[in-house]
Design a protein around this ligand. Structure first.
Ligand SMILES: [Fe+2]
Length: 450
């Protein structure tokens, strides 16, 4: 993990110079470099040239403690972001109306005034990475809903609200070209991105009135119950509830905005996906969210046309075949590696695999009987089952995603010094078999959407 030093200037300095073009960003005191020389005088705006000067030195005080932004985000303007989010998302609005979340959010927004540094960070995010602020608003709204539904008390709901707003502020300290990169990240870049939860934790823990459950939740928002998360790869027994509420909400918003919305799918389609990954989350948080989604009449139209359905089912059958082959290979592979190892990589792989096989068994979608059902739906054109076909497809995609995570874990073990020569050979052989399965041609690439 990359180390964060609050006295070392980073991308946040450049963000401030950009913000200064539309809202004044002023030094509230003289800014010194670590040799004791003044590099910015009190009252100076943080222009591009000033930012370049700051970036040349290490400081004596974190930059964010020595500047002020004109017209920072207030409780009212924060609440407007939640209103805009609900107005643009009818499914979320429906949940909001059913479970009356809006009054809770409205009341919590004013507590932002207790944390001026968080207001500053969100103001910069709003101006520099507005998409990230939109995701933060959606995640916060969903986190508060889950906290409310599992019966959290007022204090815990407040902590959930503040921690959700703060969970990704670390991203402001990472180079924008890495954050916005759409091609594959290198290992180094991925480590830099992963550092965002630690950066946010380091920033928040230095705020004197910031409750510890908030800082911990922010640190843990990318940890997962199966031990495959970061930064510490903790298992469920060591994780805090608020961190896991935010983790679930963040995950659902990412699925919705990156996978479902672009395919014109509704929030309803989160359900089959979550069903497969339920063991990655605390049961109570998963159960609360699924219950909410089931009890609200969400738009449930599928996106595959009746004419396209036979080809779509062909693709499902192909995927089914591939997944069954993958599972067979992984079963053999996991029997041949230790159940625990020094770096815990093998325990994580074994735990993740047990979660995946539970999900597969629980859903029954890879069984012979289910394959016969798929064939029957296709040949007899059983339109009442078409919506189920789409659910199955989404579930299979999610299983594939978890199997990719499993492969990365086994690959980490392969590259570690704990892996013996015999194990290395065996893993490599199995990886070759997995690649052969992956390369098997799909029966079609036809567009079957409406
Ligand atoms: Fe994050």
């Amino acid at each position: 993990m990359e180390k964060y030093d609050p006295l070392q200037s980073d991308s946040y300095t450049e963000h401030l110079a950009q913000v200064n073009k539309t809202k004044q960003v002023i030094a509230t005191e003289d800014i010194f470099n670590n040799s004791g020389a003044i590099i910015v005088t009190k009252g100076s705006p943080i222009t591009g040239a000033v930012a370049q000067q700051i970036l040349r030195f290490k400081l004596t005080k974190p930059l964010h403690d020595t500047i002020q932004i004109e017209d920072e985000l207030s409780g009212d303007s924060l609440y407007q972001h939640f209103e805009q989010f609900l107005q643009s998302q009818p499914d979320f609005q429906k949940i909001n109306t059913t479970f009356l979340i809006d009054p809770i959010i409205r009341a919590e927004c004013h507590f932002i005034n207790m944390y001026p540094l968080l207001r500053q960070k969100l103001t910069v995010m709003s101006s520099q990475i507005p998409k990230l602020l939109s995701q933060t608003i959606a995640t916060t709204w969903l986190s508060v809903l889950v906290a409310h539904k599992i019966g959290c008390d007022e204090q815990s709901i407040r902590s959930t609200f503040v921690a959700s707003l703060a969970h990704d502020i670390g991203m402001l300290h990472i180079a924008p070209d890495i954050i916005s990169k759409t091609t594959k990240l290198s290992d180094k870049e991925w480590r830099q991105i992963q550092a965002h939860s630690v950066i946010a934790f380091e920033i928040l823990k230095n705020i004197s009135n910031m409750p510890k459950d908030i800082t911990l939740a922010v640190l843990e928002h990318h940890e997962e119950c199966d031990g495959t998360g970061y930064p510490r790869g903790l298992f469920s027994s060591s994780l805090s509830i608020i961190g896991q509420i935010i983790g679930l909400a963040d995950n659902v918003i990412a699925i919705y905005t990156k996978r479902l919305e672009p395919d014109n799918r509704s929030l309803r389609d989160v359900m089959p996906i979550l069903q497969v990954s339920s063991r990655s989350h605390f049961y109570q948080t998963y159960e609360a969210l699924i219950t909410v989604l089931r009890n609200v009449d969400l738009l449930g139209e599928g996106v595959v046309s009746a004419e396209g359905m036979p080809i779509f089912i062909d693709d499902i059958l192909h995927k089914n075949n591939q997944l069954n082959s993958y599972v067979e290979v992984y079963e053999q592979l996991l029997r041949s590696i230790p159940s625990t190892d020094q770096g815990n990589t093998c325990s994580r792989a074994q735990t993740l695999y047990s979660f995946i096989s539970d999900a597969i068994r629980g859903s029954g979608i890879l069984n012979d009987g289910y394959i016969r059902w798929l064939e029957q739906v296709r040949s007899e054109k059983l339109s009442f089952a078409y919506r189920e076909m789409e659910d199955v497809f989404l579930m299979m995609e999610e299983i594939e995603f978890h199997l990719q995570k499993l492969r990365r874990l086994i690959n980490d073990y392969l590259l570690s010094e704990n892996c013996s020569k015999a194990e290395k050979e065996l893993i490599t052989t199995h990886f070759v078999t997995l690649d052969t399965i992956r390369k098997q041609e799909k029966p079609s690439s036809t567009d079957y959407s409406l």
